[in-house]
Design a protein around this ligand. Sequence first.
Ligand code: HEC
Length: 113
Amino acid sequence: MKKTVFFIFTVALFAGNYKIDSESKLIVDKGLEDVKENCVVCHTGRFIVKNGGDKKFWETKIRVMQKAFGLWDLDKRTHDSIVNYLAKNYHKDWKKGRDSLSKDLSTPKLNLK
Ligand code: HEC
């Protein structure tokens, strides 16, 4: 019984354990500033994270951005910081249990000039 209570408490804690950045609408965590500086400049943060994945997934996305859409070279620190941030917070199943976050994902907006 004690174990069950502890389990429920832990799940509840994790479910609500994130803050949303009001500007980018992305989860506040280490690396967010790099994402805002290098990715959210062209499209909204929510557009980037319509899909999620592991580090490999995000590394590929960055390469696509560089090859096709004009993302500049990133130094290793910035690149790793972005990949770590995205793979940690926006992995494949990130929407599970976060319905309130995924609600407005259907309206991507581009900030292209
Ligand atoms: C110079 C502008 C620019 C920058 C900087 C940029 N992107 Fe993009 N991105 C685009 C454009 C243009 C599209 C295509 C939009 C479309 O498909 O209509 C796109 C689409 C995407 C997509 C959705 C398409 C797909 O293949 O899944 C993802 C994910 C993405 N970008 C991630 C990133 C990440 C992560 C960064 C930062 C490391 C980044 N972008 C930086 C211009 C940019």
